[in-house]
Design a protein. Structure first.
Length: 287
């Protein structure tokens, strides 16, 4: 029984994939927590597709060069974030609607660009990733992005928490909220680009949203939600890679599917709003 959980990682490629997922968890899960607390979960999904045209253009210029494709995705994501923000401010369109527009256009454009030159196999790899193909360079890139993300979150942590609690107060008090929001959006893109390397453009947001959702069934305190989200992301990644190795299925979807299974389990047994605690609450103090 123990061999099932250890044998897949005797190979160096599998160990590198595991390290990539663990490092990615430390950057993506906290971003996902703030996305959920600010009711911006769908924005993360939209931004994950917004990087696709940049990845596709880089693919047309340099082939399956992951460094160039990552840079292309980062540029495209930042451009879409800025354009979406501008559209929200200069028109009457809400932010979620403008992101939906860019999401649909970006996804369609990216698929057309990739299929115009590449094969269906390359399209699948771009959309769903292949964590088993992560090399040392990609691993260093993920680690660098994660370090930057954690440092940025440490700096803007207070404004982000205050905006989650009372966004109106921060707008009245000064410009800190707007600056924190822009920095936060930038690092949403950075985290998505890191996740893209391992999970592809369509599944990258899974390492953000699902662990954050899991954590909210285990605590209501944000200082605990973030560590729980990171731990659940690490566990999901580890078990997902084990499932991939034993069942012979793609690693990226396995990781996200495992996170989904943990989410539904947490929804049932989680002490902070789980179904068991909701419909069968503990007994109160009696006289």
């Amino acid at each position: 029984m123990v061999d099932i959980f250890t044998t897949p990682f005797t190979d160096e490629v599998a160990r590198r994939a595991l390290v990539a997922i663990v490092v990615l968890s430390f950057g993506s899960a906290p971003i996902g927590v703030f996305l959920m607390l600010r009711r911006m979960s769908l924005m993360g999904d939209a931004m994950s597709h917004a990087i696709l045209p940049g990845v596709a253009v880089a693919f047309l210029l340099s082939g399956m060069n992951r460094v160039m494709m990552t840079i292309g995705g980062l540029v495209a994501g930042l451009v879409v974030a800025v354009l979406s923000g501008l559209m929200t401010r200069v028109t009457e369109m809400k932010e979620d609607a403008s992101l939906a527009v860019f999401y649909l256009v970006s996804l369609a454009l990216g698929v057309i660009l990739v299929t115009s030159r590449g094969s269906s196999h390359e399209l699948v790899e771009i959309l769903f990733g292949d964590v088993q193909k992560i090399d040392a360079g990609a691993l260093y890139f993920i680690a660098f992005n994660t370090t930057l993300t954690l440092c940025a979150l440490a700096v803007i942590y207070r404004p982000l928490v205050m905006e989650c609690v009372d966004p109106l107060f921060l707008r009245v008090a000064g410009q800190a909220g707007a600056l924190a929001h822009l920095v936060f959006l930038a690092f949403v893109v950075v985290s998505l680009v890191s996740a893209y390397i391992a999970l592809g453009t369509l599944l990258a947001v899974g390492m953000m949203i699902l662990p954050a959702g899991i954590a909210q069934f285990w605590s209501r305190d944000i200082s605990r939600i973030i560590p729980v989200a990171i731990v659940s992301a690490v566990i999901s990644g580890y078990l997902g890679l084990v499932l991939s190795a034993t069942a012979g299925v793609p690693a990226g979807p396995s990781v996200v599917l495992t996170a989904g299974a943990i989410y539904f389990l947490s929804m049932v047994i989680g002490p902070a709003g789980g179904l068991m605690h909701r419909f069968a609450p503990g007994r109160h103090l009696e006289a």
